[in-house]
Write a protein that binds this ligand. Structure first.
Ligand SMILES: NCc1[nH]cc(CCC(=O)O)c1CC(=O)O
Length: 329
Protein backbone atom coordinates (compact mmCIF):
# COMPACT_ATOMS: atom_id res chain seq x y z
CA UNK A 1 0.00 0.00 0.00
CA UNK A 2 1.55 3.39 -0.97
CA UNK A 3 2.19 5.46 2.12
CA UNK A 4 -0.61 7.83 3.00
CA UNK A 5 -3.23 5.78 1.22
CA UNK A 6 -5.74 4.08 3.46
CA UNK A 7 -7.41 0.85 2.64
CA UNK A 8 -10.68 2.67 2.05
CA UNK A 9 -9.19 4.55 -0.86
CA UNK A 10 -8.22 1.44 -2.76
CA UNK A 11 -10.91 0.46 -5.24
CA UNK A 12 -11.97 -2.95 -4.03
CA UNK A 13 -15.56 -3.33 -5.05
CA UNK A 14 -14.92 -4.20 -8.66
CA UNK A 15 -15.09 -7.89 -7.97
CA UNK A 16 -11.88 -8.92 -6.31
CA UNK A 17 -12.84 -9.05 -2.66
CA UNK A 18 -16.03 -10.33 -1.09
CA UNK A 19 -18.20 -7.62 0.45
CA UNK A 20 -19.02 -8.23 4.07
CA UNK A 21 -22.44 -7.14 5.24
CA UNK A 22 -23.14 -6.71 8.95
CA UNK A 23 -26.57 -7.51 10.35
CA UNK A 24 -28.36 -8.42 13.54
CA UNK A 25 -29.38 -12.03 13.77
CA UNK A 26 -33.17 -11.77 14.21
CA UNK A 27 -35.35 -13.26 11.47
CA UNK A 28 -36.48 -9.72 10.52
CA UNK A 29 -32.91 -8.40 10.34
CA UNK A 30 -31.85 -11.35 8.18
CA UNK A 31 -34.84 -10.89 5.89
CA UNK A 32 -33.93 -7.20 5.45
CA UNK A 33 -30.31 -8.04 4.74
CA UNK A 34 -31.21 -10.56 2.04
CA UNK A 35 -33.71 -8.10 0.61
CA UNK A 36 -30.98 -5.47 0.39
CA UNK A 37 -28.59 -7.91 -1.29
CA UNK A 38 -31.27 -8.85 -3.82
CA UNK A 39 -31.82 -5.15 -4.63
CA UNK A 40 -28.11 -4.68 -5.16
CA UNK A 41 -28.21 -7.63 -7.53
CA UNK A 42 -30.84 -5.90 -9.66
CA UNK A 43 -29.92 -2.22 -9.41
CA UNK A 44 -26.21 -2.08 -8.93
CA UNK A 45 -24.24 -3.84 -11.69
CA UNK A 46 -20.83 -3.06 -10.21
CA UNK A 47 -21.71 -4.60 -6.88
CA UNK A 48 -23.52 -7.45 -8.56
CA UNK A 49 -20.34 -8.20 -10.47
CA UNK A 50 -18.54 -8.54 -7.16
CA UNK A 51 -20.82 -11.54 -6.64
CA UNK A 52 -19.50 -12.64 -3.30
CA UNK A 53 -21.27 -11.27 -0.25
CA UNK A 54 -20.54 -12.48 3.22
CA UNK A 55 -23.23 -12.12 5.85
CA UNK A 56 -21.82 -11.34 9.28
CA UNK A 57 -24.30 -11.70 12.11
CA UNK A 58 -23.46 -9.33 14.94
CA UNK A 59 -25.05 -9.75 18.35
CA UNK A 60 -26.01 -6.36 19.80
CA UNK A 61 -26.62 -5.34 23.41
CA UNK A 62 -30.21 -4.56 22.45
CA UNK A 63 -30.76 -8.19 21.44
CA UNK A 64 -29.40 -9.55 24.69
CA UNK A 65 -31.31 -7.50 27.22
CA UNK A 66 -34.91 -8.55 26.92
CA UNK A 67 -36.45 -7.86 30.29
CA UNK A 68 -36.27 -4.09 30.32
CA UNK A 69 -37.43 -1.18 28.24
CA UNK A 70 -34.81 0.15 25.85
CA UNK A 71 -35.47 3.53 27.43
CA UNK A 72 -34.13 2.25 30.73
CA UNK A 73 -30.95 0.67 29.41
CA UNK A 74 -29.54 3.36 27.16
CA UNK A 75 -31.86 3.64 24.23
CA UNK A 76 -32.00 2.55 20.67
CA UNK A 77 -28.29 3.08 20.07
CA UNK A 78 -27.97 -0.34 21.69
CA UNK A 79 -29.16 -2.08 18.55
CA UNK A 80 -26.41 -0.55 16.49
CA UNK A 81 -23.41 0.02 18.75
CA UNK A 82 -21.65 -3.28 18.02
CA UNK A 83 -22.50 -2.97 14.32
CA UNK A 84 -20.90 0.49 14.16
CA UNK A 85 -17.83 -0.96 15.87
CA UNK A 86 -17.62 -3.79 13.33
CA UNK A 87 -17.73 -1.19 10.51
CA UNK A 88 -15.07 1.02 12.08
CA UNK A 89 -12.85 -2.03 12.78
CA UNK A 90 -13.27 -3.10 9.13
CA UNK A 91 -14.78 -6.42 10.05
CA UNK A 92 -17.69 -5.53 7.74
CA UNK A 93 -18.02 -3.15 4.78
CA UNK A 94 -21.65 -2.15 5.18
CA UNK A 95 -24.48 -2.79 7.59
CA UNK A 96 -28.24 -3.14 7.28
CA UNK A 97 -30.52 -1.50 9.86
CA UNK A 98 -34.17 -0.85 10.57
CA UNK A 99 -33.93 2.92 10.28
CA UNK A 100 -36.13 3.44 13.32
CA UNK A 101 -33.58 1.60 15.48
CA UNK A 102 -30.72 3.77 14.24
CA UNK A 103 -29.84 6.82 16.35
CA UNK A 104 -30.21 10.20 14.60
CA UNK A 105 -26.60 11.16 15.29
CA UNK A 106 -24.28 8.45 14.01
CA UNK A 107 -20.78 8.03 15.46
CA UNK A 108 -17.95 9.90 13.69
CA UNK A 109 -16.76 7.91 10.68
CA UNK A 110 -20.15 6.27 9.98
CA UNK A 111 -22.71 7.56 7.49
CA UNK A 112 -26.09 6.50 6.22
CA UNK A 113 -25.32 5.62 2.60
CA UNK A 114 -28.86 4.93 1.40
CA UNK A 115 -32.43 4.16 2.40
CA UNK A 116 -34.58 1.55 0.67
CA UNK A 117 -38.18 1.90 -0.47
CA UNK A 118 -40.50 2.11 2.52
CA UNK A 119 -42.70 -0.80 3.53
CA UNK A 120 -46.03 0.15 5.15
CA UNK A 121 -45.16 2.52 8.01
CA UNK A 122 -48.30 1.92 10.09
CA UNK A 123 -48.71 0.17 13.40
CA UNK A 124 -51.03 -2.80 13.71
CA UNK A 125 -52.93 -4.46 16.54
CA UNK A 126 -52.49 -8.17 17.21
CA UNK A 127 -55.50 -9.57 19.04
CA UNK A 128 -55.43 -12.35 21.60
CA UNK A 129 -58.29 -14.04 23.37
CA UNK A 130 -61.27 -12.09 24.67
CA UNK A 131 -61.25 -9.29 22.10
CA UNK A 132 -64.22 -8.18 20.02
CA UNK A 133 -64.48 -8.10 16.24
CA UNK A 134 -62.02 -5.68 14.60
CA UNK A 135 -63.62 -2.48 13.32
CA UNK A 136 -61.47 -0.40 10.94
CA UNK A 137 -63.48 2.72 11.82
CA UNK A 138 -62.74 2.32 15.55
CA UNK A 139 -59.30 0.77 15.88
CA UNK A 140 -59.46 0.26 19.65
CA UNK A 141 -63.14 -0.73 19.76
CA UNK A 142 -62.29 -4.43 19.82
CA UNK A 143 -60.30 -4.11 23.06
CA UNK A 144 -62.35 -4.96 26.16
CA UNK A 145 -62.45 -2.45 29.03
CA UNK A 146 -59.40 -2.72 31.27
CA UNK A 147 -57.54 -5.02 28.85
CA UNK A 148 -53.75 -5.42 29.22
CA UNK A 149 -51.82 -4.46 26.09
CA UNK A 150 -48.29 -5.82 25.66
CA UNK A 151 -45.90 -3.17 24.38
CA UNK A 152 -42.43 -1.91 25.21
CA UNK A 153 -42.86 1.26 23.19
CA UNK A 154 -43.68 4.44 25.12
CA UNK A 155 -44.77 5.95 21.80
CA UNK A 156 -47.47 3.31 21.27
CA UNK A 157 -48.39 3.22 24.94
CA UNK A 158 -48.96 6.98 25.19
CA UNK A 159 -51.16 7.08 22.10
CA UNK A 160 -53.33 4.10 23.00
CA UNK A 161 -53.76 5.29 26.61
CA UNK A 162 -54.68 8.80 25.45
CA UNK A 163 -57.46 7.26 23.35
CA UNK A 164 -58.42 4.58 25.89
CA UNK A 165 -57.43 5.52 29.46
CA UNK A 166 -59.11 2.36 30.81
CA UNK A 167 -56.48 0.10 29.19
CA UNK A 168 -53.25 -0.98 30.85
CA UNK A 169 -49.90 -1.46 29.17
CA UNK A 170 -47.38 -4.07 30.22
CA UNK A 171 -43.85 -4.70 29.08
CA UNK A 172 -43.29 -7.06 26.16
CA UNK A 173 -40.00 -7.34 24.29
CA UNK A 174 -38.24 -9.88 22.13
CA UNK A 175 -38.52 -10.44 18.43
CA UNK A 176 -41.78 -10.35 16.49
CA UNK A 177 -42.41 -14.11 16.77
CA UNK A 178 -41.84 -14.11 20.53
CA UNK A 179 -44.34 -11.32 20.98
CA UNK A 180 -46.98 -13.04 18.88
CA UNK A 181 -46.51 -16.21 20.95
CA UNK A 182 -47.06 -14.34 24.19
CA UNK A 183 -50.30 -12.80 22.93
CA UNK A 184 -51.52 -16.17 21.65
CA UNK A 185 -50.60 -17.69 25.00
CA UNK A 186 -53.05 -15.34 26.69
CA UNK A 187 -50.51 -13.27 28.59
CA UNK A 188 -51.82 -10.08 26.97
CA UNK A 189 -55.18 -9.22 25.45
CA UNK A 190 -53.41 -7.61 22.51
CA UNK A 191 -50.16 -6.14 21.30
CA UNK A 192 -49.03 -3.46 18.89
CA UNK A 193 -46.43 -4.11 16.22
CA UNK A 194 -45.10 -2.46 13.09
CA UNK A 195 -47.00 -3.77 10.08
CA UNK A 196 -43.74 -3.62 8.10
CA UNK A 197 -42.12 -6.29 10.26
CA UNK A 198 -45.18 -8.54 10.08
CA UNK A 199 -45.36 -8.23 6.31
CA UNK A 200 -41.68 -8.97 5.83
CA UNK A 201 -41.98 -12.10 7.94
CA UNK A 202 -45.09 -13.28 6.08
CA UNK A 203 -47.21 -12.63 9.18
CA UNK A 204 -49.46 -9.88 7.83
CA UNK A 205 -52.55 -12.01 8.57
CA UNK A 206 -51.79 -11.50 12.29
CA UNK A 207 -52.57 -7.78 11.95
CA UNK A 208 -56.22 -7.63 13.00
CA UNK A 209 -56.41 -3.84 12.79
CA UNK A 210 -54.08 -1.45 10.97
CA UNK A 211 -54.07 1.99 12.53
CA UNK A 212 -54.11 5.18 10.48
CA UNK A 213 -50.80 7.06 10.88
CA UNK A 214 -52.62 10.21 11.97
CA UNK A 215 -54.32 8.26 14.81
CA UNK A 216 -51.20 6.31 15.88
CA UNK A 217 -48.20 8.28 14.65
CA UNK A 218 -45.46 5.78 13.69
CA UNK A 219 -41.84 6.03 14.80
CA UNK A 220 -39.49 8.09 12.63
CA UNK A 221 -38.07 5.74 10.01
CA UNK A 222 -40.56 2.93 10.65
CA UNK A 223 -40.73 0.57 7.68
CA UNK A 224 -37.51 1.87 6.13
CA UNK A 225 -34.25 -0.07 5.85
CA UNK A 226 -31.08 2.02 5.99
CA UNK A 227 -27.54 1.04 5.01
CA UNK A 228 -24.51 2.40 6.86
CA UNK A 229 -20.91 2.46 5.64
CA UNK A 230 -17.62 4.01 6.71
CA UNK A 231 -17.61 7.71 5.78
CA UNK A 232 -14.18 7.26 4.19
CA UNK A 233 -15.40 4.54 1.82
CA UNK A 234 -16.23 6.93 -1.01
CA UNK A 235 -16.50 4.19 -3.58
CA UNK A 236 -19.11 2.19 -1.70
CA UNK A 237 -21.01 5.36 -0.79
CA UNK A 238 -21.28 6.30 -4.44
CA UNK A 239 -22.33 2.82 -5.52
CA UNK A 240 -25.01 2.69 -2.83
CA UNK A 241 -26.34 6.15 -3.58
CA UNK A 242 -27.43 4.67 -6.92
CA UNK A 243 -29.96 2.41 -5.21
CA UNK A 244 -31.35 5.14 -2.94
CA UNK A 245 -35.16 5.34 -3.01
CA UNK A 246 -35.82 9.06 -3.42
CA UNK A 247 -39.13 9.06 -1.60
CA UNK A 248 -37.73 7.10 1.32
CA UNK A 249 -34.78 9.48 1.40
CA UNK A 250 -37.01 12.58 1.55
CA UNK A 251 -39.39 11.26 4.20
CA UNK A 252 -36.62 9.83 6.34
CA UNK A 253 -34.69 13.11 6.21
CA UNK A 254 -37.76 14.96 7.45
CA UNK A 255 -38.56 12.40 10.16
CA UNK A 256 -34.99 12.17 11.41
CA UNK A 257 -34.54 15.96 11.41
CA UNK A 258 -37.75 16.17 13.43
CA UNK A 259 -36.45 13.63 15.92
CA UNK A 260 -33.07 15.35 16.08
CA UNK A 261 -34.63 18.75 16.81
CA UNK A 262 -36.61 17.32 19.72
CA UNK A 263 -33.56 15.69 21.21
CA UNK A 264 -35.83 13.65 23.45
CA UNK A 265 -34.52 10.71 25.39
CA UNK A 266 -36.15 7.45 24.41
CA UNK A 267 -38.26 7.78 27.52
CA UNK A 268 -40.09 10.55 25.69
CA UNK A 269 -42.86 9.24 23.47
CA UNK A 270 -42.16 10.74 20.05
CA UNK A 271 -43.77 9.88 16.74
CA UNK A 272 -42.83 11.30 13.36
CA UNK A 273 -44.31 10.38 10.02
CA UNK A 274 -43.87 12.01 6.61
CA UNK A 275 -45.42 11.23 3.28
CA UNK A 276 -45.33 12.76 -0.17
CA UNK A 277 -48.61 14.26 -1.37
CA UNK A 278 -49.79 13.84 -4.99
CA UNK A 279 -48.49 17.33 -5.83
CA UNK A 280 -45.00 16.30 -4.68
CA UNK A 281 -44.99 18.28 -1.44
CA UNK A 282 -44.09 16.69 1.85
CA UNK A 283 -46.59 16.29 4.68
CA UNK A 284 -45.06 15.68 8.10
CA UNK A 285 -46.94 14.79 11.28
CA UNK A 286 -45.21 14.86 14.63
CA UNK A 287 -46.24 13.82 18.10
CA UNK A 288 -44.90 14.34 21.61
CA UNK A 289 -46.62 12.85 24.64
CA UNK A 290 -46.31 11.65 28.20
CA UNK A 291 -46.00 7.86 28.54
CA UNK A 292 -49.34 7.66 30.43
CA UNK A 293 -51.14 9.61 27.69
CA UNK A 294 -52.06 12.48 30.05
CA UNK A 295 -50.35 14.92 27.67
CA UNK A 296 -50.34 14.54 23.90
CA UNK A 297 -49.42 17.14 21.31
CA UNK A 298 -49.70 16.40 17.60
CA UNK A 299 -49.10 18.80 14.72
CA UNK A 300 -48.56 18.62 10.97
CA UNK A 301 -46.66 20.72 8.46
CA UNK A 302 -46.63 20.68 4.67
CA UNK A 303 -43.90 22.11 2.46
CA UNK A 304 -41.59 21.43 -0.49
CA UNK A 305 -39.94 18.00 -0.33
CA UNK A 306 -36.62 19.69 -1.08
CA UNK A 307 -36.96 21.36 2.35
CA UNK A 308 -37.40 18.04 4.19
CA UNK A 309 -34.75 18.75 6.80
CA UNK A 310 -35.94 22.30 7.48
CA UNK A 311 -39.56 21.12 7.81
CA UNK A 312 -38.55 18.38 10.23
CA UNK A 313 -36.51 20.76 12.37
CA UNK A 314 -39.27 23.38 12.33
CA UNK A 315 -41.93 20.91 13.45
CA UNK A 316 -39.65 19.52 16.13
CA UNK A 317 -38.91 23.01 17.48
CA UNK A 318 -42.58 23.89 17.47
CA UNK A 319 -43.63 20.78 19.44
CA UNK A 320 -40.78 21.22 21.87
CA UNK A 321 -41.69 24.86 22.51
CA UNK A 322 -45.23 23.91 23.49
CA UNK A 323 -44.52 20.78 25.55
CA UNK A 324 -43.81 20.66 29.28
CA UNK A 325 -40.06 21.15 29.76
CA UNK A 326 -39.65 18.03 31.92
CA UNK A 327 -40.45 15.83 28.90
CA UNK A 328 -37.04 16.71 27.52
CA UNK A 329 -35.11 16.80 30.77
N1 LIG B 1 -37.85 -1.96 17.54
C1 LIG B 1 -37.99 -3.24 16.92
C2 LIG B 1 -38.32 -3.11 15.48
N2 LIG B 1 -37.49 -2.48 14.62
C3 LIG B 1 -38.06 -2.51 13.37
C4 LIG B 1 -39.27 -3.17 13.48
C5 LIG B 1 -40.23 -3.41 12.38
C6 LIG B 1 -39.79 -3.00 11.01
C7 LIG B 1 -39.72 -1.53 10.78
O1 LIG B 1 -40.38 -0.73 11.48
O2 LIG B 1 -38.99 -1.12 9.87
C8 LIG B 1 -39.43 -3.59 14.80
C9 LIG B 1 -40.56 -4.35 15.37
C10 LIG B 1 -41.76 -3.51 15.71
O3 LIG B 1 -41.64 -2.34 16.09
O4 LIG B 1 -42.89 -4.04 15.63
Amino acid sequence: MPSGQTQAEIPRHGGLLPLRVGTRGSPLALWQTRHFLSIIGVLCPVLRAAQAFEEHVIATSGDQILDRRLADIGGKGLFAKEIHEALLDRRVDFAVHSLKDLETELPPGIVLACTLKREDARDAIILGQGCGAPDPADPYGCLPAGAVIGTASVRRQSQILAARPDLRCAMIRGNVQTRLGRVRGGEFAASLLALAGLKRLGLEAEAAVVIDPEAMVPAAGQGIVGITVRAADEELRELLSAIEDRTAAAVSRAERAFLGALDGSCRTPIGGHARLLPDGSLHLTGLVARPDGSFLLKRSLTGPATDAVRLGAELGDSLRADSPADLFA
